[in-house]
Ligand binder design. Structure first.
Ligand SMILES: [Fe+2]
Ligand SMILES: [Fe+2]
Length: 393
């Protein structure tokens, strides 16, 4: 499989990962051959890239963050649920784009709004077979490294972001040794961490005031009448706080460790929020939404490393780095020296013991296919490489 831009996709190439409409129904199944009409449909839907099977390297196939059969039903359920939150609470609360946080909390406390919150049945939305399968479908540590996040569109971003942040948070929590019950609670908190955006008016969502308001909006929405634990509400409230106390809205400070024994005191961030903050920033940097500019995974991880002990909790970040390959399967790379200098290929696999030195399948020389693919394991050579296109940055 290889990640390609939609405008570089060629009819006849076979799709390696299913692509969806915003409501979660399938547009193109995995294995489908691309046609000119299908490529046009993808572009119209707002897809910028997709995974295709690579000729000569059909066996290259990375592990997904969440197995697709478990992710798709949860994505459909969540798309419908977020829509009902927007329709029901957005109207009942009548929050305006110029509202202050105190006004938002007052509006969300109104009895009519609380009645509307109850009617949404949060517990039903955040349980059931879809959530069970999603939670069980999150990659285990032994299965990481995995392919990078699935391609998405602007319309599906809120669902994809919610599910990716939840899944990556759970992977980190498992590595930190948290209890399954805690991981499950964190999963729900991760799915709902940005739910505050759905009660804000459309025009406020992309503007700075909306970004400032969404943690408090999420908290005041979730803190009662939902049947969810108060910690889920705090995941929404605290995910933009920083380890060094310079985040928002309350400038909380990260705990010394992320262990359960280190209990939260006043003025400190809950450990769930510290983990979600790490997963959140990675997904925002690499997804290309909402700003339209995506970093490569290696660039995002480098930036995050520089935030250790500043924006990000060092322990949460360390666990995240151990689980996330900078050069994921399917990435196109160029060999820089040695026998195959100048040739290009794709990342074929990554060993957990050598996260930044993947194995590569060399497929082309000067743009022309090699007679036979050549395997280079960079964990066993000194040869250097770089992601294709990185010289242009
Ligand atoms: Fe957020
Ligand atoms: Fe987020």
């Amino acid at each position: 499989m290889r990640r390609v831009k939609v405008d570089e996709a060629v009819p006849g190439q076979r799709v390696a990962r299913a692509l969806y409409y915003p409501n979660g129904t399938a547009m193109l199944a995995s294995g489908a051959a691309l046609t000119p009409a299908a490529i046009q449909r993808l572009a119209q839907a707002g897809y910028r890239d997709l995974y295709v099977f690579e000729e000569g390297a059909e066996d290259v196939d990375g592990r997904d963050l969440v197995i697709e059969a478990a992710r798709a039903p949860m994505a459909r359920k969540l798309a419908a649920f977020f829509k009902s939150v927007r329709d029901t609470i957005g109207r009942a609360a009548a929050i305006g784009s110029a509202d202050e946080a105190t006004t938002v909390s007052e509006k969300l406390a109104h009895p009519d709004v609380r009645k509307a919150v109850k009617s949404l049945r949060f517990v039903e939305a955040m349980s059931g077979p879809e959530l069970d399968a999603f939670f069980d479908g999150i990659a285990l540590e032994k299965d990481a490294p995995m392919v990078t996040g699935m391609p998405r569109t602007e319309a599906s971003h809120h669902v994809d972001h919610a599910l990716n942040v939840a899944a990556r948070s759970v992977m980190v929590a498992r590595r930190l040794g948290w209890l399954p019950r805690e991981c499950r609670e964190l999963c729900v908190g991760g799915i709902l961490h940005d739910v505050g955006y759905h009660v804000l008016p459309e025009e406020a969502v992309k503007a700075a005031p909306g970004q400032q308001l969404h943690p408090a909006a999420g908290y005041h929405l979730l803190r009662s009448d939902t049947g969810l634990s108060l910690l889920c509400a705090h995941c929404a409230y605290q995910h933009h706080e920083r380890f060094d106390g310079r985040g928002f809205p309350r400038r909380l400070v990260g705990m010394q460790t992320l262990s359960a024994r280190d209990s939260t005191g006043p003025g400190s961030m809950h450990r769930y929020a510290s983990v979600i903050a790490v997963a959140d920033i990675f997904d925002l940097l690499t997804s290309g939404f909402p700003d339209g500019w995506a970093m490569r995974d290696d660039e995002a991880l480098q930036l995050m490393r520089n935030e250790s002990g500043k924006a990000l909790h060092p322990d949460g970040l360390k666990a995240f780095l151990a689980l996330t390959p900078p050069f994921p399967v399917g990435l196109e790379v160029e060999v820089l020296d040695g026998e195959w200098a100048g040739c290009t290929g794709i990342v074929a696999s990554v060993a957990a013991t050598a996260m930044d030195r993947p194995a590569i399948k060399v497929l082309r020389s000067g743009g022309a296919p090699l007679p036979k693919a050549v395997d280079i394991d960079f964990s066993k050579t000194e040869t250097s490489f770089r992601p294709r296109g990185s010289e242009r940055r």
